[in-house]
Design a protein around this ligand. Structure first.
Ligand code: SF4
Length: 225
């Protein structure tokens, strides 16, 4: 039986499969700048257009981003950079991703993460990746219009390859490269980008123009989908 996106997200939000991540997400101390806010502290489901053709896959929610706001890529610097880029190419109605009620609407695009709970030091364990992979797989199965996947960063890229491998693709000898395009069997066209974290964007490793150029290329290369 194929689940609906709503039903998958309901199960994600109540998931407690990974004891270490449950403990961590529920114990994150608010930053001084958010001290009056009530943190979400639950798994963070995907967000976007149910008719999306492009799925953007990050690693996991950020402690003071998705784990605070309850929406993936929302309320942190990575989300700001990402959504500004999506807006620049027409996949988002606004360049702002601040809170669940900020009015952000994505068209043709769906955002999610390989792991739905914030991990300590941004490092899920192999078991935690494996525990959460089923949700990513279900999202991909239910979003039947997905034609392309953009993996943000090397870890998200590896998780996409694992999923592709489970679906029967040969993923041997494939390595991450920013701007890479990977045509795999039984899987949407996979693209790779450096992760839009401050570590990359503040150092100029990933600039706004690089990111927008890649998004425009993905749009162009998938225009005949
Ligand atoms: S990381 Fe995924 S599998 Fe683990 S508790 Fe969170 S939602 Fe559940």
């Amino acid at each position: 039986m194929v689940s609906s996106l709503e039903e998958i997200n309901r199960r994600v939000i109540s998931c407690r499969k990974c004891p270490r991540l449950v403990k961590y997400r529920e114990s994150v101390k608010p930053r001084a700048s958010f001290k009056d806010e009530i943190y979400w502290r639950k798994p963070v489901p995907g967000f976007g257009d149910p008719r999306a053709w492009l799925m953007v896959v990050g690693l996991a929610p950020a402690a003071h981003g998705g784990n605070r706001t309850g929406r993936v890529f929302t309320g942190d610097e990575s989300g700001r950079f990402l959504v500004e880029g999506l807006h620049a190419v027409g996949l988002a109605n606004q360049p702002i991703s601040r809170s669940k009620d900020d009015g952000l609407v994505l068209t043709g695009c769906y955002l999610t993460a390989a792991v739905k709970c914030v991990p300590p030091e941004n490092k899920p364990t192999t078991t935690e990746y494996s525990n959460c992979r089923g949700y990513l797989r279900e999202e991909l199965d239910v979003l039947t219009g997905i034609h392309a996947i953009l993996a943000l960063g090397g870890e998200a890229f590896k998780q996409c390859l694992k999923l592709a491998s489970l679906k029967g693709s040969n993923t041997q000898k494939i390595s991450f490269a920013h701007g890479g395009r990977y045509k795999l069997e039984n899987f949407p066209v996979l693209y790779a980008s450096y992760h839009p974290s401050p570590h990359n964007t503040y150092t100029g490793r990933l600039t706004k123009s690089m990111f927008v150029e890649l998004l425009n290329r993905i749009i162009m290369e998938n225009s005949n989908r």
